[in-house]
Design a protein around this ligand. Structure first.
Ligand code: GLC
Length: 511
């Protein structure tokens, strides 16, 4: 499937995640006829379309919000409107994920509306059955267009308690509205009214600040309502004390622990992970976890191997399959994302020097992943003859044309995808942990029937060695990013910088 970020009409305050009309296509992106052609063209190649459903909030330019502002009571009940607190302060102490309080004055009234994201993204009141019916109708509309995949944006924050209580002092306010008890019920209702039972659509929920236990509940084939879930814990291992706008080298052992725990515990509980290193909200993983300057191909292919052979469904984000990196910008005004702009201002206000604040923003900004797709070495990376919203900076060397002719990353991704289709052990096998204490190697074992697969990835630019089980010494190499054709033949397996290796064995007893 191809997942598209939202292309619905939007004032684009948050890159289309501020939807002003769920039933249209933003004229800047195309037309409904284009969408229909896209669905049909991909379908003819056996590829489905996954749309991004932003159902936690609408743009304040959405008709519902505008009618609420105009005084229509029915539409005011679509949102969370609250009077000021008795002391005259804001209705509660929640903060916006994009900075500042989560409340904004509702027009000229003495009420406030809740916005967990930008102040132009008003949270929808899922307690209201009419809201839930409206949103199900939206999903049905796109299903009727032949869309069979849905990604649900920040879907685990739709179950807020009606009272919207302030977080007690010392408690993270996110815990007050995240993973509420009602989320699973709302999703099951939505499934019944729109996207259908398992198998009728492929669905993935974006889960912010969640837990394994809740994600099992969301994605369990019988108890849950989604095919799979995205969690973000493994992408916070380079945060200081859980805070994004900080800079520190990543904690490798913590990364391994998270990938392993989420794999094993979701397996035990019957949940299903969606695995990814990159998306439109994350700086490029090659810059965070590897070395795209000294080892561009090894870095990209090692990271891909680490998640593509795991239990779960891997996602490839635009450009990672050719090794795209963060842009090399040198001034803050090159960044356009509302979150980055707010974060920079906030850092400077809190006393961080401008150079350090810029360095932090440069390493964490979502714009890092939003530069145009690099098709070729020409102007604007061959993406557009217009002026792109962000400037590509290394398309002379990193581009699709170069990868197609002599690259090592794109063919490797194709190989990984083919392997998942041809080797059931990758899609269906059980997963076991491996070498949890090793300071450089992330590895795991997959098993299905009489087959076993050992996956080894060296996350560093220094060579290392790891002891492997005897059964793998003479196995066959399933994939290698160093072109190895033979298994190590010794129990001590040497790995080169950013090397990835997968060895497959078949036990004769079980054939
Ligand atoms: C999700 C989207 C992100 C957006 C936010 C609010 O996290 O991936 O891009 O800003 O939700 O809709």
């Amino acid at each position: 499937m191809v997942w598209f970020n939202p292309f619905f009409p939007s004032p684009q305050r948050d890159n289309g995640y501020d939807v002003s009309d769920y039933y249209g296509i933003d004229p800047a992106m195309g037309t409904m006829a284009d969408l229909e052609e896209l669905v049909a063209a991909l379908d003819s190649k056996g590829i489905g379309v996954m749309l991004d459903m932003v159902l936690n909030h609408t743009s304040t330019e959405h008709e519902w919000f505008q009618r609420a502002l105009a005084g229509e009571r029915d539409y005011q009940d679509y949102y969370y409107l609250r009077p000021a607190a008795p002391d005259g302060g804001l209705p509660n102490n929640w903060v916006s994920k994009f900075g500042g309080p989560a409340w904004e004055r509702f027009g000229n009234t003495d009420q406030y509306y809740l916005h967990l994201y930008d102040r132009t993204q008003a949270d929808l009141n899922w307690h209201n059955p009419r809201v839930r019916e409206e949103l199900a109708a939206v999903v049905r509309f796109w299903r009727d267009k032949g869309v069979r995949g849905f990604r649900f944006d920040v879907i685990n924050v739709i179950g807020k308690p009606w009272e919207l209580p302030s977080a007690p002092s010392g408690v993270d306010d996110r815990t007050m509205y995240t993973d509420g008890e009602s989320v699973v019920g709302y999703l099951r209702e939505l499934a019944a009214a729109s996207y259908g039972a398992a198998g009728e659509s492929i669905t993935v929920g974006e889960m912010s600040s969640t837990s394994i236990e809740r994600c099992i509940a969301y994605s369990h084939p019988q108890l849950g309502a989604l095919s799979m879930v995205f969690n973000f814990h493994h992408l916070k291992v380079d945060y200081v004390d859980g805070r994004k706008w900080t800079k520190t080298p990543f904690d490798f052992l913590e990364l391994k622990r998270l990938l392993t725990d989420w794999s094993l515990q979701m397996q035990v509980g019957g949940g299903w992970n969606a695995w990814f290193w990159n998306n439109h909200d994350q700086p490029r993983a090659v810059d965070r976890f590897a070395d795209p300057l000294r080892y561009p191909a090894e870095s990209a292919t090692m990271l891909a191997t680490a998640i593509h052979l795991l239990r779960g469904t891997p996602y490839v984000y635009m450009g990672e399959e050719i090794g795209m990196t963060d842009p090399r910008y040198s001034a803050i005004d090159e960044y356009v994302d509302v979150e980055a702009i707010n974060a920079y201002a906030e850092l400077v206000r809190s006393g961080v020097g401008p150079a350090e604040a810029f360095d932090i923003v440069r390493s964490k900004a979502r714009d890092n992943a939003r530069t145009p797709m690099q098709w070729d070495a020409g102007p604007n990376a061959g993406f557009s003859s217009g002026t792109p919203w962000l400037r590509p900076t290394n398309h002379e060397s990193v581009n699709v044309a170069a990868e197609e002719s002599a690259g090592r990353i794109l063919p490797y991704y194709r190989h990984l995808i083919r392997l998942r289709k041809t080797h059931p052990i990758i899609a269906e096998g059980q997963v076991e942990s491996f070498a949890l204490e090793h300071p450089q190697v992330f590895g795991y074992i997959r098993r299905l029937g009489g087959e076993s697969l050992l996956v080894l990835t060296n996350f560093y630019g220094d060579p290392t060695a790891v002891d492997i089980l005897p059964e793998f010494i003479t196995g066959s190499v399933l994939i290698s990013n160093y072109g190895r054709s033979r298994a190590p033949l010794t129990s001590r397996c040497q790995l080169r910088p950013y090397e990835a290796l997968a060895i497959l064995t078949t036990s004769h007893e079980e054939i």
